[in-house]
Design a protein around this ligand. Structure first.
Ligand SMILES: C[S@@+](CC[C@H](N)C(=O)[O-])C[C@H]1O[C@@H](n2cnc3c(N)ncnc32)[C@H](O)[C@@H]1O
Length: 238
């Protein structure tokens, strides 16, 4: 079986981790709303469960997947996994500040390192897939998640899903958003370099659905969209 690499995490070094939360709110218009809706979608899907255990993949940084859901759902438990130590360390501080560290297990590493039992009741993969190179590795991380979910469990997937070079108008609009924050054109060019560096988004929503389907997920439904970004709920096939 193919292994996933650390390639998607290498750029999340200590300097990018330090600026990540502030930058992500500009780079992704609606960053907070996407996380809030993700928490609402999972809450709606698991309304009949008492204390579900959620696997949060790529949990580093602000950890909104855990703080928003954890404060809203006081009995839910979480396993947070991320291969970037600086990002995971910031997540730990934010989870601690929210007062819910006792319901969270933190794992530096990859999904494939996690035991296959007990199975999780839900999972999230937010802002990760377009940083993972190639279809094989994307398929692998989705399959690794599917293998750790109970049949029928929901996954929230959010990622960029257009080829940047084929969407010049969206790319220009993305640059204008930075300019709107008062950045000098040179700084905007530098931001553009950061988003393009090492990124490999699926080329379309259909490509996202194909990846999900071949990893064992079904019934994808989009609930959020913003320029290149999309967010979907999908369910592990029974
Ligand atoms: C753009 S950040 C998203 C963080 C957070 N989920 C959010 O919504 O703000 C991407 C995160 O995915 C992590 N990552 C990259 N490759 C990964 C992999 N193969 N498995 C798990 N996490 C990975 C990075 O280290 C980084 O912390």
């Amino acid at each position: 079986m193919a292994k996933t690499s650390n390639a998607g995490a290498e750029k999340f070094d200590s300097s990018r981790a330090a600026e990540y939360e502030q930058q992500s709110k500009i780079a992704l218009a609606g960053y907070d709303a996407c996380h809030e809706l993700s928490a609402c979608m999972l809450s709606a899907s698991l309304a009949d469960q008492n204390s579900p255990h959620v696997l949060v993949v790529g949990a580093g940084g602000p950890a909104h997947e855990i703080t928003k859901l954890g404060l809203f759902q006081p009995t839910w438990r979480f396993t947070a996994i991320d291969p970037s130590e600086p990002m995971l360390s910031i997540a730990k501080s934010n989870i601690d500040a929210a007062g819910i560290l006792d319901r969270v297990t933190l794992h530096p590493g990859l999904v494939e390192d996690l035991k296959r039992a007990p199975l999780y009741d839900a999972a999230t993969l937010i802002g990760v897939l377009h940083h993972i190179p190639g279809s094989d590795e994307k398929n692998q991380i989705l399959s690794d998640i599917a293998a750790r979910l109970v049949p029928g469990a929901p996954l929230i997937l959010a990622c960029n899903h257009y080829l940047y070079a084929e969407s010049p108008l969206l790319l220009k609009a993305w640059s204008q958003r930075w300019a709107m924050q008062g950045l000098h054109p040179d700084e905007v060019r530098s931001k553009l370099g950061t988003i393009l560096k090492g990124a490999d988004p699926p080329e379309s929503e259909q490509a996202v659905f194909d990846l999900l389907h071949s990893a064992g997920f079904e019934r994808p439904q989009r609930f959020f969209s913003s320029l290149f970004w999309g967010a979907w709920i999908v369910f592990r096939a029974r």
